[in-house]
Design a protein around this ligand. Structure first.
Ligand code: SF4
Length: 344
């Protein structure tokens, strides 16, 4: 079908009501920006999922970064949006106002030169992400280890998506999934095949341009309306069955699996990536950061699991805005609340 026909199919769909989850924050954002979300038939409800790494990071991780930033001769470096995420007492930006050392990078590699210029400071890098960024972090960690750079440490909050999706796939009020395309480039389509077999639900891997989104969503609506389980790869130009072998092997070398706490989903077995024994000397204390305290009134847990839309949260647009975020979902550019606030 051509794009116009796909758009017409999605806007005039009159089959059974469908609740479909777009797992990835970049999909949430692309669906808004392309206008596709706005043209969908009222019978199709899109639910945002946990695919924003900053949003699912528990408060204990932010608290740990805050405490690192307060240590003498330490400086925390993170992607910009992480600085504004509230911890249980304060954000990293708040810690900076109180004398903590925290700054942002555009590219984590930039910290190598900073660390060389200032050997008296230990730079703690906040390594947050999913399979998409884990290979980049693995590469950097390997380099720091091999070059014996003495004053860089990593606080990791790296997570793997199939384990979280396994929990969501069992939720009877979700009829199908638009699977995270960037993650699938690394993992391949195989992990989603297993999820589809176990849940009997459709899993469609989609790209990010409007034509690719239309194609993936139309496929998802068609299969979900037929209650047809399976995996459809609508991003075949970059997603292969076996994934990116080089990236997977790099990750296997540097990381080992462990349990991880996801905001909204709790502790998920084997869903975290931690520095393996060979690189453990570079770890800044990433394990056992399990506490997750939701700010009063915040519904991020429900938003991240598709049980609420951002607009259902009583704080949305009132107590919670991008300038004064109450929860992490209003901070990140991939957070459903932030996207809805700016795009809705
Ligand atoms: Fe959390 Fe704010 Fe979103 Fe409510 S609007 S769920 S408080 S981030």
């Amino acid at each position: 079908m051509r794009e116009k026909e796909l758009a017409r199919y999605l806007s005039s769909y009159a089959g059974p009501p469908l609740r479909l989850m777009e797992v990835c924050g970049t999909h949430t954002s692309s669906l808004y920006r392309s206008g596709i979300r706005q043209i969908l038939s009222p019978k199709i409800t899109l639910l945002s999922g946990p695919g924003c790494p900053v949003c699912v990071t528990p408060t204990a991780y932010i608290d740990k970064l805050v405490s690192c930033s307060m240590k003498p001769q330490h400086r925390v470096m993170a992607f910009g949006d992480l600085l504004a995420v509230p911890g249980s007492r304060m954000s990293l930006a708040g810690a900076r106002d109180r004398g903590g050392q925290a700054d942002f990078f555009y590219n984590p590699e930039d910290v190598l030169a900073m660390a060389e210029r200032d050997r008296t400071t230990t730079f703690v890098l906040a390594a947050v992400g999913f399979e998409t960024t884990a290979p980049v972090w693995a590469d950097l960690i390997k380099r720091v280890w091999e070059e014996k750079i003495p004053n860089i440490r990593f606080l990791t909050a790296l997570k793997t998506m199939p384990q979280a999706m396994e929990i969501l796939a069992g939720d009877p009020h979700i009829d199908g999934f638009l699977c995270p395309g960037h993650v699938a480039v690394i993992t391949g389509s195989r992990p989603f095949r297993k999820l589809a077999e176990d849940s009997g639900k459709p899993m469609v891997i989609g790209g990010f341009t409007p034509p690719l989104l239309l194609r993936a969503l139309a496929r998802l609506v068609l299969e979900a309306s037929r209650k047809q389980g399976g995996v459809w790869n609508e991003y075949p130009s970059v997603v292969r069955e076996e994934g990116n072998r080089r990236a997977l092997s790099l990750m296997a070398d540097v990381f080992e699996e462990g349990d991880a706490v996801w905001r909204g989903l709790g502790n998920i077995k084997g869903s975290g990536l931690y520095l393996s024994a060979a690189y453990a000397g570079l770890d800044a204390g990433s394990r056992n950061l399990t506490e997750d305290i939701m700010p009063a009134g915040c519904c991020c847990a429900q938003v991240l699991t598709g049980r609420m839309t951002p607009g259902d949260c009583p704080c949305f647009g009132r107590a919670c805005t991008p300038d004064h975020p109450v929860g992490a979902c209003m901070v990140s550019g991939e957070g459903a609340c932030s996207i809805t606030y700016r795009g809705g």
